[in-house]
Write a protein that binds this ligand. Structure first.
Ligand SMILES: NC(=O)c1ccc[n+]([C@@H]2O[C@H](COP(=O)([O-])OP(=O)(O)OC[C@H]3O[C@@H](n4cnc5c(N)ncnc54)[C@H](OP(=O)(O)O)[C@@H]3O)[C@@H](O)[C@H]2O)c1
Length: 271
């Protein structure tokens, strides 16, 4: 398997790191990035072949991973649109850009799989939402799944527009959990804990609670109930969260992120 990454930034680095860590069956990895520092950083860590231009990096590769920012994608597709062949699988991790928008810029009828990973992919604990149009065959789906599974879990979506919801829930999700950790840490500090102690308590509680939930057969609602005794301390906190309409607030936040994703898709690739 020969894979070209277009863009050698955070997400490409996470995937490349995971591919090497998981001893995935990869014969060759090529990366295109205009930044000399980014290319050097990648080449110092892994046996990858780096190029300044996307056109040079994709030649003879089996799969092409589009890993640039959405606003850079039109420029990249202008560069490689005529060069991608029918045999090359195109995997996009670019937020908000539809498979049809990418297909419209390619001269070939290459299969295109769209994915939405998240930053815990950097440590192999990501989760990626994936969508493949019916034109993608089983082997192409499996290939993408194997690639993304090296960085964590994957879920397939039946409809492409659900990727906007995936973006809102898990793509942006790490930021919400960090925000909650920040809030817990600041509340603990305000109530007298040393700042470093409050920070450790908040962070390890998030780590422990999510690790426990992942390993447990019980649903998170049940796990929450187990630490919420009627009239106890957790209940006192939950009462305040419910009175402040915490669940509705999260609903609105995720709806806003989904809507923003839809808007960005509409703006995307308008050149
Ligand atoms: N970060 C996330 O949480 C996350 C989650 C899911 C999906 N994504 C998606 O993943 C994609 C990449 O995100 P990222 O966080 O990895 O961004 P990033 O760190 O900025 O990486 C993008 C890289 O592409 C390079 N680049 C710019 N123009 C290029 C060109 N013409 N050809 C090749 N490379 C070029 C950039 O170089 P310069 O810096 O020199 O411009 C940069 O090194 C985005 O589309 C984003 O929507 C990100």
């Amino acid at each position: 398997m020969r894979i070209a990454f277009i863009g050698g930034g955070n997400m490409a680095t996470a995937l490349i790191s995971s591919l090497f860590a998981s001893r995935h069956n990869v014969d060759r990895i090529q990366v295109a990035d205009p930044g000399a520092a980014a290319r050097e950083r990648l080449q110092r860590r892994w046996p990858v072949h780096c190029f300044e231009n996307a056109a040079d990096a994709i030649r003879d590769m089996d799969a092409i991973v589009l890993a640039v920012k959405p606003q850079v994608l039109p420029e990249v597709l202008d560069e490689i649109g005529d060069l991608v062949t029918n045999e090359q699988l195109v995997i996009s991790i670019v937020a908000g850009i539809h498979t049809s928008q990418i297909a419209a810029k390619l001269k070939s009828n290459s299969p295109i799989v769209r994915t939405m990973p998240n930053t815990p992919a950097l440590i192999g604990l990501g989760i990626t939402g994936m969508y493949a149009p019916i034109t993608c065959n089983l082997a192409q789906r499996e290939l993408t799944q194997n690639l993304m599974e090296s960085a964590g879990e994957v879920v397939w979506l039946e409809r492409e527009n659900l990727l906007d919801v995936v973006t809102a829930v898990s793509g942006s999700g790490p930021a919400y959990f960090c925000y909650l950790v920040e809030c817990l840490r600041n509340a603990g500090t305000r109530l007298g804990l040393p700042a470093d102690v409050a920070a450790r308590l908040a962070l390890y509680t998030a780590y422990g609670a999510s690790s426990m939930a992942v390993r447990s057969d019980a649903d998170v609602t049940e796990l929450r109930a187990r630490v919420t005794t009627k009239g106890g301390t957790t209940q006192a906190a939950m009462d305040i969260l419910e009175a402040g309409h915490f669940a509705e607030l999260v609903d609105s936040a995720i709806a806003a992120a989904t809507k923003r994703g839809e808007e960005l898709s509409e703006e995307g690739l308008q050149t």
